[in-house]
Design a protein around this ligand. Sequence first.
Ligand SMILES: *Cc1c(COP(=O)(O)O)cnc(C)c1O
Length: 405
Amino acid sequence: MRSDERRESIYNSTAVASVVGTVRRERGDGLAVIEFLGHESTSMSTKYNFSPGPAILPRSVLEEAQRDLLALPGVGLSVLEISHRSAAFTEILERAQANLKQLLGIPGSHRILFAQGGASLQFSMVPLNFLRNGGHAEYIVTGSWGKKAVKEARKEGEVRVTWDGAETSYACLPTADQLSLNPGAAYLHFTSNETIEGVQFPGEPPLEGAPIVCDASSDILSRPIPVEKFGLIYAGAQKNAGPAGVTLIIIHEELLERGSDTLPTLLNYRNLAEHNSLCNTPPVFAIYMVMLTTQWLLDEYETLDAVDRRNQEKAGLLYEVIDASEGFYRGHAQPDCRSNMNVTFRLPDSDLEARFVKQAAAEGLVELKGHRSVGGMRASIYNAMPLEGVQSLRDFMRNFHAKHG
Ligand SMILES: *Cc1c(COP(=O)(O)O)cnc(C)c1O
């Protein structure tokens, strides 16, 4: 929706409307036309946010959340005020789970849990639950997040890194013949999309014999995943599934039995599952936003195959410019390992890179500076980034090259 369309909206209660914005006029039928707060500035709604996370959310989801913030339809209370034990929240939680189940095709063998502490707490929770009784875990390290996962796991038990891409600055992925899995391992951990380096596995590693654990923080819901092949999938919501504050966990029931009773209650997957993620107060608002975001995916795309096609199309536009630039833009990831979510590239020198970031921002293309460990640019183009946003960046990249190449 364009900013001018958003300035006015009809509200069903003058009292509600006057808190959300300025009441322009009452219509006499109990409805009021209002001007939303904070939408005077047109620049706000014309910027494209390429941030790696917390990241862009679908415009319509933000609008729905804003509309309903003061009073959930049919409830009359704000989602920020309702009890996590209320019928209204139970419905939100169950709808979020049902949406995830439908989109990802989650089989009955797997439970869907919500936790706090971000994906980073999962770096610890996974080994706490599965290594406490001994044994070892195997990790494939394809970037910065995998490295952090190993660091935390080593505090809890024996970790063997079976492949590490450090030598190439995490520009590539292991080939099938470089991978192995000791069937005695408690689990195998990998990161499906390394957000900082921009390398993404095309699928799960072709290994069997131990439960596969995947950090899917930055590509969950961007494409189909064969959930039945995984022991556990986790993802901080703030990249592709909602706002910061909640972590999605999809876990095979068999793994729930492995948690030790001596673990802190909130760090035990079994407890989370037994209480349907309500051991204590969950992040109600963040789960509500996950519900809206997954509903948006279903309404807009229906299936993750369709989402995937769109994501390939978007990423393709940027990689095409990089590849056609005769070395002006240099992609960080090797072509066959490229991410459809985070497009990382460098320019000929740091002066041009600084100019690129600045001029792009002046055109409303913001948050393009890469992570300090990789340098250069990173365009994060999650599900909610519209095709038009990527087309604008592509055009900007072509023009910038023409001017400075
Ligand atoms: C962002 C990110 C994390 C860290 O997430 P937090 O929720 O901030 O802890 C971990 N793994 C990957 C792949 C990420 O992109």
